[in-house]
Design a protein around this ligand. Structure first.
Ligand code: SF4
Ligand code: MG
Length: 336
């Protein structure tokens, strides 16, 4: 049976002044109801573009989309804008890093939370207000009936993030896309917001796509994990599999550059040397080969000559043998 959200061989290309950018280059993944898929990768890896495309928020004038995005059996890539309008904020909702991209400074927070509910359910103003106050309460805003009439600038950063979550969840969406939703918040508020999201997911049964560059956050939020590099998925598996026995050199690099759990925060990090490739002119073969320190373990210069494919299920797109993928991690990466 098809997954609730099923993305197959998604390609998104932009025309820019400098040429064509392959922002997403053949991406496939599934998300089931009630489950969270984490997508990690550096900026420019295509993770945000993927999700804007799922929402139909890409600009059709400058970008071309190929492949398939099916939500609950409905193909979205060729859905008319009117259909997508009906989905957004209703079946599919999004939480951004910066609540001010979602909240207008000119209207009260309450009105903005109530609006999608009126629009999608045909509820009266009074019903929508009651529901918005209920949502403000659910996301932990004290005195919600009073705060309903506040403007966004009267809320703290953490409260604005909560308000945006209330707005995203008011129609009980089947799919919630959270793009770096807590990056701008301090650690304590971040933990509270993540707990809140988990609780609300329990209550509403939404599928969540959680985009982040922070593997620490993903460890406690996601069920499955997709690691993206240069517009492609390079590793896929359950969070447990990927974090405890990662198979791709890029994932090894990401893991080595994150502070050890319970370790000294100031502990020197090992960033991956080099920077992500230009998507205007991507490297030949494996897109990670210019930064990879294991190319000498693969024969016949395949790393620069042949693009590794990502198999179905638990997999890493890398020419190393499965034996090498296991032993290199255990012998060289894990014991830091
Ligand atoms: Fe490194 Fe080669 Fe594997 Fe790419 S295919 S990650 S360059 S070892
Ligand atoms: Mg982004």
């Amino acid at each position: 049976p098809e997954a609730f959200l099923s993305v197959r061989d998604l390609r998104v290309r932009f025309s820019t002044e400098d040429g064509i950018v392959n922002a997403v280059d053949g991406l496939s993944f599934d998300v089931e109801r009630g489950k969270t898929l984490g997508i990690v990768g550096e900026s420019g890896s295509g993770k945000s573009v993927t999700n804007l495309t799922v929402l139909g928020l890409h600009n059709p004038k400058t970008s071309a989309v190929d492949g398939s995005i099916r939500l609950d059996g409905q193909e979205l890539t060729d859905a008319p804008e009117k259909e997508l309008e009906k989905l957004r904020g209703n079946k599919v909702a999004m939480i951004f890093q910066d609540p001010l991209t979602a909240l207008s400074p000119y209207y009260t927070v309450g009105r903005q939370i109530a609006e999608p509910f009126m629009k999608h359910t045909g509820a009266s103003k009074k019903q929508a207000k009651a529901r918005a106050i209920e949502m403000l309460d659910k996301v932990g805003i004290p005195q919600p009936a009073l705060r309903f009439n506040d403007y966004p600038h009267q809320f703290s950063g953490g409260m604005r993030q909560r308000a945006m979550i209330a707005m995203a969840l008011i129609c009980n969406p089947d799919l919630l896309i959270a793009d770096e939703p807590t990056t701008a918040l301090d650690v304590t508020v971040q933990a509270q917001i993540l707990d809140l999201l988990k609780d609300l997911q329990q209550e509403f049964g939404s599928a969540i796509i959680f985009i982040t560059h922070d593997l620490g956050v993903i460890a406690n939020m996601a069920d499955d994990l997709l690691v993206m590099y240069a517009g492609r998925a390079v590793e896929r598996g359950s969070v447990r599999e990927v974090l405890t026995a990662p198979q791709h050199p890029y994932t090894w690099g990401l893991l080595s550059s994150m502070p050890r759990l319970g370790g000294d925060i100031d502990e020197a990090l090992t960033p991956i040397p080099g920077s992500p490739p230009s998507l205007l002119n991507p490297p030949s073969g494996c897109p990670f080969h210019p930064r990879c320190t294991f190319t000498d373990k693969v024969e016949d210069s395949r790393c620069s000559g042949e693009r590794p494919q990502l198999a179905e299920g638990r997999a890493a797109a890398c020419h190393l043998t499965s034996q090498q993928k296991q032993t290199i991690f255990i012998d060289q990466i894990k014991p830091r």
